[in-house]
Ligand binder design. Structure first.
Ligand SMILES: C[S@@+](CC[C@H](N)C(=O)[O-])C[C@H]1O[C@@H](n2cnc3c(N)ncnc32)[C@H](O)[C@@H]1O
Length: 336
């Protein structure tokens, strides 16, 4: 039994203070500005239009949280914020934080309502439209969301591109591909793989831009459609990243069945996201993501590796395994 302690309780209970300081810094593009050149308090205050009452505390709070460095009165990015939060670098992962700031932060204010009613608390909670309808009605919001997906998935996508035995396969379809970072990383690391990104038609132009930027236009194609209305294209490997958790159990099982039908014998199905540990006591990110799905969707939820293996076996997959990727993410692989 551990000693009773209050510091962890207070740290988590007031965690939104530090969260919002970082999100506001991303919103004001502070790290992008500092990546151009380090600046003093006066210069930064003028550039970001900070009130004299806030500027000192805001910037020094970021120093204390290890997001900035201050030397002789001049503020610098840290190596991490310089690499990951400068908008002009391809390594920028702030899309997810921009979405957290614009959408999730206010929606999570209604968590207690969601916990009591089981109802989503996002754009759809008033008009009854689904998450994707609400996001995709506004092209700017769509682009922001798809970039956010790349930000949150990039590390795991690189791990899948390297860890999975791609030499045994020739083609892959990424279902719900968003900007297409997963199929991009797989194709870049495995020049023999031909790939398809499948997603709703509105995603097409944003996917095509990303594929062109990565020099993969000949080898990776976009296929528009809805996985509710059409079968999944046939390929040796079918992938679904952060897809199953958006949907209820019946819809999850339908998607797994469609993946099974699209694969040849020996083909592989890769499902990945913040897979919860089987004891449901360690992967806080996966468990909190599941609550995020409560906020965002009518029936979505995250699940354990054992849950997913059970659904895969039910669909007919004969061999399954769970492999850790990076951070809270794991992949569940089913072989037909
Ligand atoms: C949570 S995002 C995941 C994106 C990406 N796979 C990743 O892991 O970063 C879900 C994706 O599913 C797509 N999607 C939603 N409904 C769909 C449907 N009915 N048919 C095909 N794709 C759909 C969305 O457009 C979005 O790109």
């Amino acid at each position: 039994m551990s000693e009773p302690r209050m510091d962890h309780i207070m740290q988590v209970g007031l965690g939104f203070w530090s969260s919002k300081v970082l999100l506001s810094a991303v919103e004001m593009e502070l790290f992008t500005e500092l990546a151009k050149h380090p600046e003093t308090l006066t210069e930064l205050s003028a550039r970001l239009r900070l009130h004299p009452r806030s500027a000192h505390d805001f910037l020094d709070a970021l120093v204390s949280l290890n997001f900035l460095e201050r030397r002789d009165g001049t503020y610098y990015n840290t190596p991490s914020t310089d690499l990951f939060l400068d908008k002009r670098k391809p390594s920028y992962i702030g899309g997810m934080l921009e979405m957290a700031n614009n959408r999730l932060y206010p929606f999570w204010g209604n968590l207690t309502v969601a916990l009591r009613t089981g109802e989503p608390q996002n754009e759809g909670s008033q008009g009854g439209v689904g998450l994707f309808d609400a996001l995709y009605a506004d092209p700017e919001r769509l682009r922001g969301f798809l970039k956010a997906m790349t930000g949150i998935s990039h590390g795991a996508n690189m791990a899948i591109a390297r860890k999975f035995p791609w030499a045994d396969y020739k083609s892959a379809v990424d279902v719900g591909t968003a900007q297409g970072d997963l199929i991009t990383q797989v194709a870049l690391a495995n020049p023999h793989i031909a790939g398809i990104g499948f997603d709703l038609p509105e995603v097409g132009p944003i996917f095509e831009d990303y594929i062109t930027e990565n020099g993969l236009s000949g080898r990776v194609q976009f296929r528009p459609g809805s996985f509710f209305d059409s079968p999944i294209s046939q390929a040796d490997v079918i992938m679904m990243g952060h897809i199953l958790h958006d949907w209820n159990l019946e819809e999850k099982k339908m998607l797994i069945r469609k993946a099974y039908e699209a694969l040849p014998s020996g083909g592989a199905f890769i499902v990945y996201e913040g897979i919860i540990d089987d004891d449901r006591s360690k992967n806080s990110f996966g468990l909190l993501m599941s609550l995020n799905m409560l906020i965002e969707t009518p029936g979505g939820f995250d699940y354990t590796g054992a849950d997913c293996v059970g659904w895969m076996k039910e669909a007919g997959f004969h061999s399954t395994r769970v492999e850790h990727l990076v951070g809270p993410d794991s992949m569940v692989i089913g072989i037909k």
